[in-house]
Design a protein around this ligand. Structure first.
Ligand code: ELE
Length: 289
């Protein structure tokens, strides 16, 4: 049972990556009980990072590399292969990729071919990052099975937990994580773990939820899930990706820079309103974050 944090990428106001903030944030998350870091994911603004920036993120976290799943997806397969080659010098947990996206009506065969090429190039285990609502393509257990493609793991970002569980029943050895914050408790309970964006700002809550699940205290674990879901709702009002930077600063007490447009930072009033709402909400609960 693992908590995987899709780490945000901290940007400076000039749009460059704030490397010190990234290092500090990753170290803090792991110290507080996060098991693995998912680098260059959606929360890390992966599709908006250049291949050089994706490499830079791994270089910055090279000391922690055995706790890293390195996301290499790109619409240019040459870039993907270059990132896989780059990653071969690091002792990673796995590499991962979302499917090609944007282009409509890609044949199933091409989608599978993309992952077959990745698997043939990587010396590390390969995890599928399946996020149908973002990519437009569902690389389901059925599709993998239809083409006989076996991968080492999957992060399935899907509101349908049964869809994630199907990977486990079809491929019993596959590591299966669900990527929805609102299903984190259920993912810890029934899969190999959760990849949850809110673990950026609530690492201790996730750790305590995992411990509650481990000792069979589902009721307690549910109280943590409710807290996580409430924060998701607060964050979504202002744009979840931008809000996470503010939430992390509020709960962790250090600055993690901001996002990079077109993922816009919250303006001053929005940040203040979010802070007030979150602080009031957390005050009554007496939980550590
Ligand atoms: C999730 C998104 C999913 C996290 C990543 C993640 O950032 O790489 O709102 O459930 O679609 O994919 O946070 O968010 P929802 O794995």
């Amino acid at each position: 049972m693992e908590i995987v944090s899709p780490i945000l990428t901290p940007f400076n106001s000039d749009g460059t990556i704030n490397k010190e903030a990234l290092k500090q944030h990753a170290t803090n998350l792991l110290n507080k009980g996060v098991d693995l870091i998912f680098l260059n994911g959606t929360t890390g603004l992966g599709p908006a990072l250049s291949k050089e920036e994706k490499k830079e993120n791994l270089r910055v976290l090279s000391d922690l590399s055995n706790k890293i799943i390195f996301q290499v997806g790109d619409l240019n397969l040459n870039n993907v292969i270059e990132l896989i080659k780059f990653a071969s010098d690091y002792d990673l947990r796995a590499i991962a990729s979302y499917s090609p996206y944007y282009f409509p009506r890609l044949p199933e065969k091409w989608l599978i071919k993309y992952f077959q090429i990745i698997a043939s190039q990587s010396r590390h285990p390969v995890y599928l990052y399946n996020y149908p609502s973002a990519t437009g393509y569902d690389i389901s257990a059925k599709l993998l099975s239809k083409f006989g493609l076996e991968l080492a793991g999957v992060k399935d970002t899907n509101q349908d937990l049964a869809h994630s569980m199907e990977f486990k029943t079809t491929f019993p050895k596959m590591k299966v994580y669900n990527g929805s914050d609102t299903l984190a408790f259920y993912s810890l309970l029934s899969l190999d773990g959760t990849v949850a964006s809110m673990s950026n700002c609530l690492p201790t809550v996730f750790k305590e939820m995992k411990e509650a699940v481990a000792r069979g205290d589902a009721r307690k674990a549910m109280t943590f899930q409710k807290l996580i879901t409430s924060l998701v709702e607060m964050a979504r009002k202002y744009g979840q990706l931008g809000s996470l930077y503010v939430l992390t600063e509020i709960t962790q007490g250090y600055k993690v820079g901001g996002p990079r447009p077109p993922i816009f930072p919250l303006d001053e009033t929005e940040s203040k309103d979010l802070r007030t709402e979150v602080e009031n909400f957390l005050k009554g609960l007496g939980v550590s974050t």
